[in-house]
Write a protein that binds this ligand. Structure first.
Ligand code: IPE
Ligand code: IPE
Ligand code: MG
Length: 250
């Protein structure tokens, strides 16, 4: 049964592509006197819930910031625990993704991940390759600046693109996100107003929604609130309100 909140959603105005900076696991744990790792475990429950909810709500692409390039600098035990949680998640949820028509995708410097994680990741990506209901992208060992550097390297190494001919589309086509739709909505949990090196190119005209809810507490109702905020925002893309309204009428 749909909640009151869900009934307010206009199906045709659900964003195609939503990305989430899943922040606040450590704070969630320390508020309870628990270890940061316990916070990450709870955060995994939110991942499961949000992936399921996103599909139910008709979102076509969801991108989750799970581990940044900079996160490698965290204490060794925490990094190890995060990699184990990731592997466990993939092993346990892989079949469910398949059943639900969800394609798994990953972006970032994936070669930096431990071998055993890469193997499971590759298996599930292959198994879910033809699923069309939603694409779940995990950003792993991801950095927005690193992504742009990697794109520049690939473009230059092609050798046949001249400085004068290069355009926006060429750059987009060399980013890790080349096959994903435009990013409509970026959500950050835990209240901080920063981007932390996430999807720097892609957020050019995304709506940004920051909630004080800590990631381990984030569930379907919080996602719906973010979608409602999105629906009530006028995206102008540099134009005037009048122009946007007229375009809607046309
Ligand atoms: C997000 O929670 C998870 C990762 C960055 C891997 P944090 O671990 O950053 O939690 P806080 O920000 O310290 O509360
Ligand atoms: C962003 O959170 C990275 C992920 C959610 C994976 P961080 O906790 O690493 O970001 P900062 O340190 O608050 O900027
Ligand atoms: Mg954090």
């Amino acid at each position: 049964m749909k909640s009151k909140l869900e009934k307010l959603l206009i199906k045709s105005q659900v964003p195609n592509h939503v990305a989430i900076i899943m922040d606040g696991n450590g704070r969630w744990a320390s508020k309870r006197g628990l270890s940061r790792i316990r916070g990450h475990q709870e955060g995994m429950e939110s991942v499961k819930s949000v992936v399921k909810s996103a599909r139910e709500l008709g979102i076509k692409a969801i991108t989750l910031y799970a581990f940044s390039v900079q996160n490698w600098m965290r204490p060794k035990a925490e990094v190890k625990a995060l990699m184990k949680l990731l592997k466990d998640y993939l092993i346990k949820e892989g079949d469910k993704l398949s059943e639900k028509g969800i394609r798994l995708n990953a972006i970032g410097r994936l070669d930096d991940l431990p071998e055993d994680v890469c193997v499971v990741l590759d298996d599930i990506m292959e198994e879910t390759l033809h699923n069309r209901d939603m694409v779940l992208t995990l950003a792993l060992s991801y950095g927005g600046r690193e992504e742009i550097v990697d794109a520049a390297r690939s473009i230059i190494s092609r050798g046949d693109i001249t400085a004068e001919s290069i355009n926006e589309l060429d750059i987009s086509n060399y980013l890790y996100t080349k096959d994903l739709p435009e990013l409509d909505l970026l959500i950050r949990t835990s209240g901080e107003m920063r981007i932390s090196n996430f999807l720097l190119w892609q957020i050019a005209y995304s709506e940004i929604y920051v909630t004080s809810t800590l990631w381990p507490d984030f569930r379907k109702r919080h996602l719906i609130k973010a979608l409602l905020h999105y629906q009530n925002t006028e995206r102008r893309f540099g134009l005037t309100s009048d122009q946007i309204r007229k375009r809607e009428v046309l």
